[in-house]
Ligand binder design. Sequence first.
Ligand code: FMN
Length: 367
Amino acid sequence: MTSLFDAVSVGSLRLPNRIVMAPLTRNRAPNAVPTPLMAEYYAQRASAGLLITEATAISAQGQGYADVPGLYGTDQLDGWKRVTDAVHERKGRIVVQLWHVGRVSHTALQPDGQKPVAPSAITARTKTYLIQDGVGSFAPTSEPRALDASELPGIVHDFRHAARHAVTTAGFDGVEIHGANGYLLDQFMKTGSNHRRDDYGGSIENRARLMLEVVRAVAGEVGGGRTGLRLSPVTPANDVNDADPQPLFEYLMRELAPLHLAYIHIIEGATGGPRVIEERPFDYAKLRETYRTAGGKGAWMVNNGYDKALAEASLAKGADLVAFGRPYIANPDLVERLRRNAPLNEPDKATFYGGGAHGYTDYPALA
Ligand SMILES: Cc1cc2nc3c(=O)[nH]c(=O)nc-3n(C[C@H](O)[C@H](O)[C@H](O)COP(=O)(O)O)c2cc1C
């Protein structure tokens, strides 16, 4: 039986265990530049089989929250290089999550106070995070404008460019494309947020087009073996919904299979909430089967509400990797704690978004 503590090859990477740190936005990067404190935070967690960074904007337009990091400026890349060096010194592996928020943004966060961009001009009934006069607060997202089809190659280019610099300049071991949680690529995929009438809206093939263009571009740039993709077929996060997600995501799996990606990362159910949503049924086993039958060889990573027992049960059913989010906020030595069946520290929600070392780098490791 496969254990969480067994090594595994994932694309170009060899992981010493199957425990992954899920991407976690922490809003501690003023001016979008990663800090030395962030280097310490990730280095503390380097015993994970794989670290996935917090979502990181590929462009100024892709920004949607205060003090989240970017990958599009020299200072940002230098800041990330300090992070990857610190993780590599501790013998860890780290990939960066590439992010364009689409409509989940605010004019205050956009270049020249412009409207955020989206597949269609439909406001997301959700909140973003602003910091004004040093005080953080959640604010409703701004009304977006629909992207013109002529702008989409620029967005594909931004993903590709960010991926290249992530690997060549910032020292990352690979990238994860953020295709989940109601951000730009997920907005294009789903019927609730995409009402377009051009080649990027309507049919399944059209709604999946931008996602696939981005994945092909990024994999073409840094290699499929250094590219992962995160998806959340039924999450209601950030006000997304699709009328019929099963065939949509199965189509995507068939198209992804030949790209030799390192991994497919699936959030099961509502991100951070119920793993099963009654009114949004989804067959994850069938999704994986579709990918495998189409020849997909990437590792299958699962996430959402996992503990050790559930993780091992999932490995027994064919998953290859399990990503832990909230447990990693509070347990820098999660691998060792799971190995020893030691109690876990509870994360403090008040320090999730914004702040300094408290609730970030001061959670205790086992003696
Ligand atoms: C504070 C916080 C920040 C998060 N930031 C991100 C993010 O940047 N990118 C992402 O894909 N998911 C993000 N998530 C979702 C987590 O990666 C994960 O899917 C979720 O917490 C469920 O996993 P868990 O039950 O192991 O915590 C975040 C969750 C939390 C609690």
